[in-house]
Each structure stands twice: as C-alpha cells, then as structure tokens.
Design a protein around this ligand. Sequence first.
Ligand code: GLN
Length: 491
Amino acid sequence: MTLNYIATPAYRLVEEFKEDPDKIYSYIESIYQRIRLVEERILAYITLRSIDEVFKDIDRVVENYKKSKKRSYRLFGIAIAVKDNISTKGIRTTCASKILENYVPPYDATVIERLKYEGAIVIGKTNMDEFAMGSTTENSAFFPTRNPWDTTRVPGGSSGGSAAALAAGEATLALGSDTGGSIRCPAAFTATYGLKPTYGLVSRYGLVAYASSLDQIGPMARNTIDLAMLLTVIAGHDPRDSTSLRIAGIDYVKELKYLVGTRPKLRLGILKELVEVSEEPIQKVFMNVVDRLCTEHTCNYISIPYPKQILAAYYIVAMAEASSNLARYDGVRYGIKSDVNNRNWVDVYTEIRTKGFGYEVKKRVALGAYILSAGYRDMYYLKALRIRRMLKEYFNKVFNEYDLVLSPTMPVLPPRLGEMLEDPLKMYFMDINTVIANLIGAPAISIPIGFVQGLPVGLQAMSKPLNESILLYFSYIVEELQGIHDMVAPV
Ligand code: GLN
C-alpha cells in the first residue's frame, strides 16, 4: 500500500509504522518536502528542527520500539508540531516574544515527555500570539502566520501556527494551549479539530503561564480519532502540577469506539445568544447541522445569563493573572540580557521589559496591575470573580439537563490580515463564544462543519467537566454527518 502521507490520519500511520518502522523515514521526508513547498507562504513555524536531527530521533525511537514491543507506542513515528509556549528540552521556546527569543529550556514539559514516551517526534515549534495573548497570531513578535485556506487571512489564534501547520499538511498532529479559545478559534478558522480539556486534566508543568486559572494544553488534529489518541497520551495526573486532577488515565479512543458502537442519544442545548451574535452565513451553516442532528437527538434552545458581562469578566481575570505571571521576565535568569554594571535595578528592569515585550503584552500587564491595585480590585477583579462563580453555578444546572451545549465556535469568519489590529475591541469580541469554557473549567471542542466562500466554519460543543468522551463521540457523529476530515488546504 502506498500512502499519501501528508493527509493520512495518525491512527492509520501508526499501524503502518508498527508493521514496518522503516516507513517512518519516508513519511518524515514527505512532511519536510511539503514544508519546503508551502512554509514560505504559511509561516507556521518559529523553529523547525533539521531533518537530520529528526532522523536521529527516529533512529532512537525505532531502536527502542524493537527492543520493547510491550509498550503501546500510541504515536509511533508521528510528526507533531508544538506551540512555542510549551517547554521542549534543547529546542528554543520563545512564546513568540523577543524577551525569550534565545531561551532554550533545560527541561521538557510533562506533555512532551509523554509524547516522546509514546514514540511521537516533535518536528518544530509553532507561531502564536506573544504569550498567547490574541486571536489572530498577528501579535507574534516575529511574523504573522497565514491561513492556508486563504493566505490573505489570519489562521486564528493564539495557537495559529499549530492549526496552520495541520491545515497546510506540515504536521500530522499538533499541540496548542487555550486560555480563552486559543485552540478552538484557530481550529475553527482552519477546518481542523481542537479540544480544550477540563481544567486540570492535562498537566500545565512546562507550559509558560498566561492566566494560570484558565490555561490548558490541548490536542489539535485533522480528525476525531486522532484527537482522541493525542488526548489519551497527554491527559492524566501529574504531581508536578498542583492543579492537576487526581484521576487515572483514560483511553479516549476505546471510549469513543464504545460510544460509536452503542450510539447513545444526546440532549443538546443550543446557546441562543451565541448563535444570534454570529454573522449570518455562519448561523446558516450552524443551523443546518443542528437541524440534521435534531432528527436523532433532543434539542432545545437555552439562554446564557449576563452575555455582556462574560467577556469583560474573562479579560479582567486574564489580565490580572497575566500581570502577575509576567512579572518574572526580568532578564536575570533567562531571555534577553542587558548591561547591569553600575545601574540600578529599576532601570535595568524597565529597559528589558520595554525592549522585550510587544504592545499587546505591555497593555495587558499595565491593565492587569491597575485592575489589582488598591481601590480598583473590588470594582473590577472581585466583581469578575463573582460573575465567574455565578456562571459556573448556572452551567452546573444546565449540565444536569443537557449532555452538550452548542454554538458556533467563532462569531466571525477568519479576518483579513491587519483587520483586527485596527480595532482591539473587535478582536476581544471574537472570543465571546469560547471564553465561557475556560471561566467554568469545562471542556469544549471545535469541529469543522462547512465553508462559506471557501472559508472554514467551526461548531463548538461544551460539556460538564471530565466528559471529554461524550465530546469526542459527538465530534465523531458530526464528522460522519458533514464529512469534513483529513483535509489539507490546496496551498
Ligand atoms: N484571545 C484570548 C486572549 O487574548 C484567548 C487567548 C488564549 O486562549 N490564549 O486572551
């Protein structure tokens, strides 16, 4: 069997490679060929490893595989692109920021250790909005990534490089991080699948913090089974992350197969306000899918309380946490350096941060400090926390009645490059549908459901915490229904 390696799902490749590990080399060769062909126009990677280095990794993985076949090697030989805010030992990790431009971590994030254990090959680090602050990948200090479906448009963000790498066929799987939608937004804009796990399901050890109470690492892929496979590998308790949940590892692929076999009926809630805020062509594609789903599953409209306050609450919490997390970038231990001889501390600190941070990051650090300052804390921060708690309580009730709640992932189509930079509030507004899951700690997925004038549209499903299996089952149903999977954009 000859494989078109570029678009083949990871779960098929792994089977092939286990029979004949030598095939991994030609697979990697074709991924690199593809990268050489399209990367110039996409700019998905900040750091791409050399193929020789990658081949050396494969030598090691194959040798270990032959020695200990007892291990599962769930991702044997699979090329994975990793967002550049996840620590990779010996591979530069910049967060798309000048302040970390030359930072090479001395350790692997837990998720990277797990990938390696299962035989995956990290081929490069992907572009993002600086410190994951943004929804277009234009806030990168280096360059903006292009949407493979239309290179005059953004791929979404902040995990835009990971999504673009998948959609352009420059990797088979990818990791992103999601604080307020950063996995789901680019997934929706590139016709890929992305899942933001329950808070605490995936270890944050080695993830560069943006807003610690909202951040989660999650899987990105071109089909549901691959997504389940990658989640299986990265999820599970980690003593090095104090917020990691104490639960045993789950085989999501197995659970998915069981659910697909038994086909339980689902109770679906349609989030009325979030449909209404979406652009009309998006509403159309979305409602079309919903109508078809509702012939088999139960559907009802539901309302969300305080739709206007949710986004404000998110940005207040995110900025407050960011200002405290980013205080550590002082140029002393890592990142850019300055001449410290005979200078006072404040001058050095100011110089490093003025040079090292981009505009959006500075703005958020300043606003975050303001939000937390005496006198304003009660007015903004504590109020936001109250909204967060009320939202959680509301959705606890919703999830007693509904298995999943649905909305479009993004209320808009992928914007043109530069369009959102002119109007930051418009950019923040794009996150209205995605931030809820992070505020309440629930898992959410984005599933590709169609195209409007050649531009991808995504559907978001959210469930109660730790119900990832149901989300994946639902994703599989929609994947069957719409037939959008394993797509590589004709760049
Ligand atoms: N766009 C949102 C923000 O800028 C979400 C980013 C993210 O999820 N990392 O905060």
